[in-house]
Design a protein around this ligand. Structure first.
Ligand code: AMP
Length: 187
């Protein structure tokens, strides 16, 4: 039976956001540490990325950051935890994918959206079956789910795909949803 050992978290790199978002990232980090689940993430020390990684690390959890060389300064690599320096964005995404069993998507911008949608498109193509949960407390991702419904209404994506998309409001519920799906896939 498959188990959830490492979760890849996609999230915003901006610090200039509502403090509730940074707090949610921290809460998620603490929950991962408490459950002994490794955080795999983009390696930065900024925004929700930094908040989540610092929380895992300070609570004694395991972290792996994957940072492209050209972003070392801009995203201020969090070097107190194990991290890999890679040459480009594509390698970063591939390594994050390789090292994780499932994904959690916190609030974020274009980069977060791009990373999440690429993994969904790989799932749609049957290239993997790793589950993904969108996590927010305030409906941040609701417009994304509305867009997905719109796309499904237009019959560009089959209705069955909707059932694979999970939207949760707490770190606990997100992790539980991923565990439930991983168990099913592992059966
Ligand atoms: P953002 O949500 O725009 O703050 O970006 C979140 C993270 O996604 C940042 O670490 C970006 O560097 C990263 N990112 C943006 N585009 C890509 C991409 N094409 N591949 C991998 N990571 C990306």
């Amino acid at each position: 039976m498959a188990t959830l050992k490492s979760v890849c978290v996609y999230c915003g790199s901006s610090d200039d956001v509502k403090s509730d978002y940074l707090r949610l990232a921290q809460d998620l980090g603490r929950t991962l540490a408490q459950k002994g689940i490794r955080l795999v993430y983009g390696g930065g020390g900024v925004g929700l990325m930094g908040a989540c990684a610092r929380a895992v690390h300070s609570d004694g959890g395991e972290v792996l950051g994957i940072m492209p060389r050209f972003l070392l300064q801009k995203e201020r690599v969090f070097d107190e935890v194990p991290h890999e320096i890679v040459e480009d964005m594509h390698t970063r995404k591939q390594r994050m994918f390789d090292e994780s069993d499932a994904f959690i998507v916190l609030p974020g911008g274009i980069g977060t959206l791009e990373e999440a949608v690429e993994m969904l498109s790989w799932a749609r193509l049957g290239l993997h079956a790793k589950p993904m949960a969108f996590l927010d407390e305030d409906g941040f991702w609701t417009p994304f789910f509305e867009l997905m419904d719109h796309i499904i209404d237009g019959r560009f994506t089959p209705q069955e795909f909707r059932a694979t998309l999970v939207h949760e409001q707490t770190p606990e519920a997100s992790i539980q949803a991923l565990c439930d799906r991983i168990v099913k896939l592992g059966d």
